[in-house]
Design a protein around this ligand. Sequence first.
Ligand SMILES: [Cu+2]
Length: 161
Amino acid sequence: MNKIFFIVIVLSFTLLNINSDAFAVEHDSNIIIETPYVRASIPGTTITSAYMSIENKNNAAIILTGASGLFSDRIEIHQHTMSDGMMKMRQVEQLIIEGDNKVILQPMGYHLMIFNVKKALLPEEEVSLTLHFKQQKDLVVTIAVRSIKQKNPDKKQHHHH
Ligand SMILES: [Cu+2]
């Protein structure tokens, strides 16, 4: 009887270990998304872009490989670069966020380029965006739609003159 009881305890410890390992591999609660927003689509166009900061609280690097959402069938990771004094965009296959580090997706920098927007994205709306990582679980983020005018609140106040 005692022997069987011991085996059961050993087994449950083993199971617990497997579970905690699996949890450690996912790390999803260690990825912090702040101030996500997507630009309202300009009437007559079907492209827009999304921005946010992605903080990696893990010791190891994480790799963003893409994003998807029901509002678009094609979202790419892009980077702005200066070449011959001209601002150019290019697609990057992945975005590495080093351990204990933060990458900010912002205008004139990294951004999520959204093509083929299915329905106009209007200010004050929210959309659901799924971020895909190389070794982590997908992360679903609710992001607000912002008009381009809202981007710089200081500028807006000049209209009151
Ligand atoms: Cu772009």
